[in-house]
Ligand binder design. Structure first.
Ligand SMILES: [Mg+2]
Length: 175
């Protein structure tokens, strides 16, 4: 992660994410029948499980509508799933209303132009390494990893390690 957070990472209670280009590498695989597949990182998935174990919440805000996204969200017990959101800021505002959180308590990770207003509004706005320049210029922080290749895990580790939660979470793994 490079850049500087405007807020204390300890304030973050919810990690909201775009899907395509953040949890995936931004490609979709289409079959002849119109079925759509996506490729997700297991490192990101495990990171999300650690995040939940720390008592923190997650949300997806996707511009597209996809059964693969629904399936992945179900696998990872992601509570707030908003798809088909062509304008992401209203979706983000309704997420705040639903959770009772302020924008300063939310981190958001994006990769493309649709994500700009939410990255600017969120307490911690993050762009993935291969995000478009317009987003990277406006983000608080930019990941070293690309979307679909550990960028989400990197943000999760950054927040958990900077709030003293990481060592406790590692107790069950490390001998
Ligand atoms: Mg995207």
């Amino acid at each position: 992660m490079s850049g500087k957070a405007r807020i204390n990472p300890g304030d973050i209670k919810l990690l909201a994410m775009d899907v395509d280009g953040v949890l995936t590498d931004g490609t979709i695989i289409l079959d002849g029948a119109g079925g759509e597949s996506k490729r997700f990182s297991l490192h990101d998935g495990h990171g999300i499980k650690l995040w939940h174990r720390a008592g923190l919440e997650t949300a997806l805000i996707s511009g597209r509508e996809s059964a693969a996204t629904t399936a992945r969200a179900r696998q990872l017990s992601i509570k707030h799933v908003m798809q088909g959101q062509k304008k992401k800021l209203p979706a983000f505002e309704s997420l705040l209303a639903e959770t009772g959180l302020s924008a300063g308590q939310v981190a958001y990770i994006g990769d493309d132009l649709l994500d700009v207003p939410v990255v600017v509004r969120a307490g911690l706005g993050v762009a993935v390494a291969n995000a478009v320049d317009e987003l990277k210029e406006r983000a608080d922080m930019v990941t070293n990893s690309c979307g679909g290749a550990g960028a989400v895990r990197e943000v999760i580790e950054y927040i958990l390690k900077n709030t003293g939660r990481w060592d406790e979470l590692m107790e069950r793994y490390l001998v």
